[in-house]
Design a protein. Structure first.
Lengths: 297, 266
C-alpha cells in the first residue's frame, strides 16, 4: 500500500525532448491526486513547463546559489598570464588585461589558488530560483536556472530535497517528478533515489533511438523503468519496434496513448486536467504503474 | 558562416529545421546534441568514428595523503581515506587543479573515454559530424568542445535542448542562431529563456515556427518581444509521419527562404 511514511517516488523522463513528459506528469499526478495526497516537482530546470499548466500559487521563494565563480581584481592583477595558461575552460579572456568569461567559468578555482598576486576571488552569486507552491493537485516545487548557467544537476537535487520535505509535511503518498530531456547531469540527478522511472517514448526513429539510450541510462544506475508510448498510432511500425524491444529487455509498456488532436488544443488554451482519449489512457495506466512501483520499492 | 539551431524546449523541431536546412543548402551539418543525437537518422552514409577522451587524475605512489587535492576540488570528486585516496572520475570536471596544486607532484592524468565523434560520408563527401556521449557520463560539454575544434567554415549546428551549459557551448561558436518554437504556451515560455541566452551572447537570431497553425497566437507574442520570424513550417500530420520515418521534408522553397533571410540579416 501507499503510505505517507515512505512516499512512492516516480520520475517521468524521455531522453528526447517534446515527447510528452509534462503532459504525462501532470495528468498522472491528477489521477493519483484523486485518491492520495501527492507532491509534484519540476526538475526540468533549464526549461520548466509544468507551472504553466498548474498555475501554482507561490508560497515561498528561495535563491539558488550555484558554484562560486572566479573574478579578477584588476587593481591587483599584474598581467602575468598564469591563469590564462592554466584555465582549461577558456574562461579567461585576454583583452588588454585579463578578465573572466563567466559563461565559461566552471568554478574550479585553479586560477584562484594559483594566482601569485592573490588577485582572483571566488564569488558566490544567485544562479537561479526555487519556488514552493500550492496547486489544486497538491504542493509543487519548481525552479528556474538563470539562462546560460551551470550546475543544473545541483539545482535538481535541491528541488528534490525540498519536494521530500513537502511530502513529509503534507503526508503525501507519492512524489511525481517531471524530469529533464537528455541523459546527462540534470537527468541523472532527477533519477537519484527514484522508485520507478516512467519513460515517455514517441514512435519516431529519433524517439526510438533516444528511448534506447535513456533505458541504457536507467539500467546503468539500476533504476526500474516502464515505458509509455505517446502518439503510438503515428507510426505503428516504430511503435511495434518499441514494444518488441521493451519485451526483450523485460520492460513493461504501461500505456499506449493515441494521437489526439485535442491535446495540443487544450494545451494552447491551458485547459487542465486534460480530457479525451489521450488523457484517459494516461489515467488508466496508473494501476499498472502502482503495482510495478510497489514491487520495485 | 555558422548557423546554430536551438530551441529551449526539446522536441520543437530543431533537428527537422537543421537537417532540412543542411539538405537544401548543401552546408555540412554538425549534431551537437551528443546526449541524444538524431540527425544521423536523416543522413545515412559510411561512418568513421573516433573516441573522445578527457583527462582525469590518478594518484601516484609518492602521495602523502596530505589532503590538499580534496580541499581544492570544487566538485567533491576526491575523498581522502585513512590509507588511500579515492577519486570519482564521473564527477571530476578535468580542471587539473588537484594535479597542479599537489605539493608532492603525486598526481598524474590519465585518459578517460567519454564518447565518440562520428563523421558520415556520402559519395566521398562528409555530410554530417555527430557526437555521442557514453552512457553514465555527466557532461556533454567536452565532446562539443572537441567537435568545435575542426569545423568547416560554413556549418549548420543542431544544438542540445535547454538553456544551460551544453546549449551555451554550442551557440557560442555561431554567427547566427535559429530558434525553433511551436505555437504552445510551453514552447513560447522556453523560447524566451533561449532568446535571453542568445541576446546575452550578443548573437543575431530569428525564430522559425514549427507546427504553424495551432491555435495559440505565438506570432503576436513574438512581435511584442521584437523577435523576427524568419520561417514557418505548417502543422501537418504528414510532416510528423515523415519525421517518424526519418525522412526529410526537403522543401527547397520553405528552407531556402529561411536561409536567404538569414543571409539578408547578416
Amino acid at each position: 500500500m501507499l503510505t505517507a511514511e515512505n512516499p512512492l517516488r516516480l520520475t517521468i523522463i524521455s531522453g528526447k525532448g517534446g515527447t510528452g513528459k509534462t503532459t504525462v506528469s501532470a495528468q498522472l499526478a491528477y489521477r493519483i491526486s484523486k485518491v492520495r495526497r501527492i507532491v509534484l516537482a519540476d526538475c526540468d530546470v533549464d526549461a520548466p513547463n509544468l507551472h504553466i499548466l498548474l498555475k501554482p500559487k507561490i508560497l515561498e521563494e528561495k535563491e539558488f546559489i550555484g558554484m562560486k565563480k572566479a573574478k579578477i581584481d584588476s587593481s591587483k592583477c599584474t598581467n602575468c598570464g598564469l591563469c590564462y595558461e592554466l584555465c582549461r575552460f577558456d574562461a579567461i579572456v585576454e583583452d588588454s588585461g585579463y578578465y573572466i568569461d563567466s559563461t565559461s567559468c566552471e568554478g574550479c578555482a585553479l586560477c584562484y589558488h594559483a594566482c601569485p598576486e592573490k588577485a582572483i576571488e571566488m564569488i558566490e552569486e544567485t544562479r537561479g530560483k526555487i519556488y514552493i507552491s500550492e496547486t489544486k493537485l497538491g504542493p509543487f516545487v519548481h525552479a528556474i536556472l538563470f539562462p546560460g548557467e551551470e550546475n543544473s544537476g545541483k539545482l535538481v537535487m535541491e528541488v528534490k530535497e525540498l519536494a521530500k520535505v513537502e511530502a513529509e509535511k503534507s503526508g503525501a503518498a507519492a512524489i511525481v517528478v517531471d524530469g529533464a530531456p537528455g541523459i546527462g547531469c540534470p537527468v541523472i540527478a532527477s533519477l537519484a533515489n527514484t522508485d520507478l522511472a516512467i519513460v515517455v517514448a514517441e514512435p519516431t526513429l529519433s524517439g526510438l533511438s533516444d528511448m534506447i539510450r535513456v533505458l541504457e541510462l536507467t539500467e546503468h544506475f539500476r533504476i526500474s523503468s516502464v515505458v509509455m508510448i505517446n502518439k503510438f498510432d503515428l507510426n505503428i511500425d516504430v511503435s511495434n519496434k518499441i514494444e518488441r524491444l521493451c519485451k526483450e529487455k523485460g520492460i513493461e509498456i504501461v500505456g499506449k496513448i493515441p494521437f489526439d488532436d485535442s491535446i495540443p488544443e487544450q494545451m494552447s488554451k491551458l485547459e487542465f486536467p486534460f480530457k479525451g482519449r489521450a488523457a484517459e489512457e494516461i489515467e488508466n495506466s496508473w494501476d499498472t504503474i502502482m503495482d510495478i512501483a510497489m514491487n520495485s520499492k | 558562416m555558422k548557423i546554430a539551431v536551438a530551441s529551449g524546449k526539446g522536441g520543437t523541431g530543431k533537428t527537422t529545421v537543421s537537417a532540412n536546412l543542411s539538405a537544401v543548402t548543401g552546408i555540412k551539418l554538425y549534431d551537437f546534441d551528443v546526449e541524444e543525437p538524431n540527425a544521423k537518422i536523416f543522413f545515412k552514409g559510411n561512418e568513421k568514428s573516433r573516441d573522445v577522451y578527457r583527462p582525469v587524475p590518478e594518484v601516484k605512489e609518492n602521495c602523502t595523503l596530505c589532503g590538499v587535492c580534496r580541499e581544492v576540488c570544487q566538485y567533491n570528486a576526491i575523498v581522502v581515506l585513512k590509507d588511500s585516496i579515492m577519486i570519482f572520475h564521473e564527477i571530476c570536471h578535468s580542471c587539473g587543479a588537484c594535479v597542479y596544486l599537489c605539493p608532492e607532484k603525486a598526481m598524474d592524468e590519465v585518459k578517460r573515454k567519454i564518447g565518440e565523434i562520428i563523421d558520415v560520408y556520402k559519395n566521398g563527401k562528409c555530410i554530417l559530424t555527430y557526437g555521442k556521449m557514453d552512457i553514465g557520463e555527466v557532461s556533454p560539454v567536452p565532446i562539443i568542445k572537441e567537435m568545435k575544434k575542426d569545423m568547416e567554415k560554413n556549418a549548420i549546428i543542431d544544438c542540445p535542448p535547454g538553456a544551460s551549459c551544453p546549449m551555451v557551448e554550442s551557440v557560442k561558436t555561431a554567427d547566427f542562431v535559429v530558434l525553433v518554437a511551436e505555437p504552445t504556451p510551453f514552447s513560447f515560455h522556453d523560447l524566451k529563456i533561449a532568446a535571453n541566452v542568445v541576446k546575452e551572447l550578443k548573437k543575431p537570431f530569428g525564430v522559425v515556427i514549427n507546427k504553424y497553425g495551432l491555435p495559440y497566437n505565438i506570432e503576436e507574442r513574438c512581435k511584442k518581444e521584437n523577435y523576427e520570424i524568419i520561417g514557418k513550417i505548417p502543422f501537418d500530420r504528414k510532416f510528423a509521419e515523415k519525421y517518424s520515418k526519418g525522412e526529410l521534408i526537403k522543401d527547397k522553397e520553405m528552407f531556402g527562404e529561411i536561409y536567404d533571410r538569414i543571409l539578408e540579416i547578416l
